[in-house]
Design a protein around this ligand. Structure first.
Ligand SMILES: [Zn+2]
Length: 303
């Protein structure tokens, strides 16, 4: 047995079977048509659609799929107009990811507080899961109606929290992108935290989803998005560019520069260092590339 499978309390990963996968159907131009707001599929099936938004152009393909709650969705592939070039007068922003505050930025009015939708409904979810456990039949027996109902309830709670996280992340990312031309993002790798006790909180903060949303929206809006590796960002002074000799302990919330005496919140200092790293880089705009945090070598023109 592979040692990497022995994750505490989780057991071996389940093998997903195609026959148990949720249904999904794909149609290209000849396989579907939109008739009076309804979706007509091959073999004369016509489905009423609740539209979430207007399609910007005629769709070239559609994917019809069902989620774990039994709801059906139709996802269209469409063409979109290219966006206008960004206003160069807009300021830049640095973004540092964290667990207590999901995103700390160089401008506190754009900070994203911890979302925590999953934690808020944890009690409700635990209740549904207890009901599931109580109603579970022994192995080999088909599950009872009550068990399936409780399972569905648990899935509904999880889905709701996930949707709220997505929604909040989108709203936040849109505001940030609308007001900045340069977006310097800490290149957070969720892998760092998965094996620590922070894992649940980190997952709840939905950092990965927020980052993806911000980078995608920034690129789409023609902004310069720079991913800055997180190495040394917390221990580099954003005042003078001096890097401290020691890593800041996780409990230390205030950064204090031994060289120049500059003091700032730990995350705020990191966000400023991230922005300075990105600004220092003289690479062409509209380019998402990985950069080394070479703040120290860059000279003295600090922000
Ligand atoms: Zn300093």
């Amino acid at each position: 047995m592979n040692a990497s499978f022995t994750v505490k309390g989780r057991g071996r990963p389940k093998v997903k079977l195609k026959k148990n996968a949720l249904p999904t159907l794909e149609y290209t131009t000849n396989g579907f048509a939109l008739v009076g707001g309804r979706l007509r599929l091959a073999k004369g099936v016509t489905i009423p659609v609740v539209w979430s938004r207007e399609l910007p152009s005629d769709p070239t393909s559609v994917r019809v799929y069902q989620d774990n709650l039994g709801h059906w969705y139709a996802s269209f592939v469409v063409q979109r107009e290219a966006v206008a070039t960004p206003d160069p007068d807009l300021p830049g922003i640095g973004v540092d990811w964290g667990v207590t505050t999901t995103a700390t930025t160089t401008n506190p009015s754009f900070d994203l507080p911890h979302l925590g939708h999953r934690r808020r409904c944890a009690a409700e979810l635990a209740k549904a899961q207890r009901t599931m456990a109580r109603r579970r039949r022994p192995k080999g027996h088909s599950p009872s109606k009550g068990y399936l109902a409780a399972k569905r309830q648990a899935a509904r709670i999880v889905k709701k929290a996930a949707r709220q996280n997505t929604h909040d992340a989108r709203v936040w990312a849109k505001t940030v992108v609308d007001h900045h031309h340069l977006i310097a993002v800490e290149d957070f790798k969720p892998k760092f935290l998965t094996k620590t006790s922070m894992a649940r909180k980190a997952a709840d903060a939905a950092i990965g989803a927020c980052k993806r949303e911000l980078v995608d929206r920034g690129k789409r809006a023609g902004r310069k998005v720079v991913l800055v590796p997180p190495a040394y960002t917390t221990m580099t002074c954003s005042g003078c560019g001096e890097r401290a000799n020691h890593r800041l302990g996780l409990g230390v919330r205030i950064f204090e520069c031994p060289a120049c005496g500059y003091t700032a919140g730990r995350d705020l200092n990191a966000a400023r260092t991230i922005l300075a790293t990105a600004e220092r880089d003289r690479a062409s705009a509209d380019d998402v590339r990985h950069r080394i945090a070479s703040f120290r070598d860059g000279g003295s023109d600090a922000v």
